[in-house]
Design a protein around this ligand. Sequence first.
Ligand code: NAP
Length: 275
Amino acid sequence: MATDRTAVIGFPVDHSLSPIIHNHWIKELGLDIKPYEKINVDPNKFEEQINKLKAEGYGGLNVTVPLKELAFSISDETSSVSKKLRSVNTLSLNFEKIDGDNTDAVGFINSLDEKTIENNITNKKTLVLGAGGSARSLVYALNELGGHVRLFNRTLEKAQILLDDLSINSSPVGAEELDDYANSSSFIVNTTSLGQKAGEHNNILRFENIEMETFIYDLIYNPKRSSFLEQAEAKGLKVQNGLRMLIEQAACSFQIWHEIKVGVSEEIMSLLESV
Ligand code: NAP
C-alpha cells in the first residue's frame, strides 16, 4: 500500500521527534510523497478529525499520548498485540477500513542487543517502574522475551490492573520490597515520566546495592542522560536511553505503510542526539 501523506497525531504533539525520523527516511530513499507532519488532534473530536484527515488523503498516522486508546477504539481491524494492549500507535487509513497496530513493544525489543536479552531478560528477574501506557508495552515485551516481570508504581492499584489486563501471572512490587527486588533483578526499566522535565530527579530506586551485571534502561530520551541513568552510570552499570526504541518503533510503522524495511543508522542516531 502506497501512503502519500503521513503524520503523527497527539495532544499536544509539538515536541514530537517523529517528523525528523520519518522525513530522514523519506529523503534518504527519495520517496515521491509529502513530508511527514505533526498534527494536534483534540481527543473530544477524535473520530471526526480522523475522518477529516482520511478525506484529505492521509493514509498513515502515528498516534501518541493521550490518543492511543481512542485510536484502538476506532480501528476496524487491529493486530494481535494491539488487542492485547488495547492501544494503537499506528493507524493505516485505507479506503474501506482503518487498521490499527502497535509498534512500541516490538520497537523496544528491536532496541535491545541479543546479548542483553539472553543475559539479562530471558528467565531472569526484570523490574518495570511505572504502570502507564508505555509500561503496558514494556511488560508485554519483557514477558514475550521470557523475563519474569514485576512492576512498581506510585499508584499500586494501577500496577495490579495492568498485570490483570495482560493476564500476566505476577504481582506488583510494594514500596517496602522495592529495594530488595531491584537488588536481585537483572534488568530494570524506568517507564515513568519522572526525570523528563528540567531539574526533575528520579529517586524511585536506591542504586547502592544493585548488582553490577544489571542492565538499566530508561524510556526517556530527552534529556539524553536522565537522572535515573546518571545514577546508574555513576555506579558503573550498563545503561540505555529510549532513543533507539523511538527510532525502532518508527521503523516498524514506516514498514507497515511503505513496505520498506529501514535500518537504524548511526547517522539517524546522531541526528536525533543533536536535537
Ligand atoms: P503515562 O501513561 O502518563 O504514565 C506515566 C507513569 O509515570 C505512571 O506510572 C505515573 O504514575 C508515573 N509517574 C509520573 N510522575 C511521577 C512521579 N512524580 N513519581 C512517580 N511516578 C510518576 O506516560 P507514558 O506514555 O507511559 O510515558 C512515560 C515516559 O516514557 C514518558 O517520558 C515518555 O516520553 C516515555 N516514552 C518513551 C518512548 C520511547 O520510544 N522511548 C515511548 C513511549 C513513552 P501514576 O500511575 O502513579 O500516576
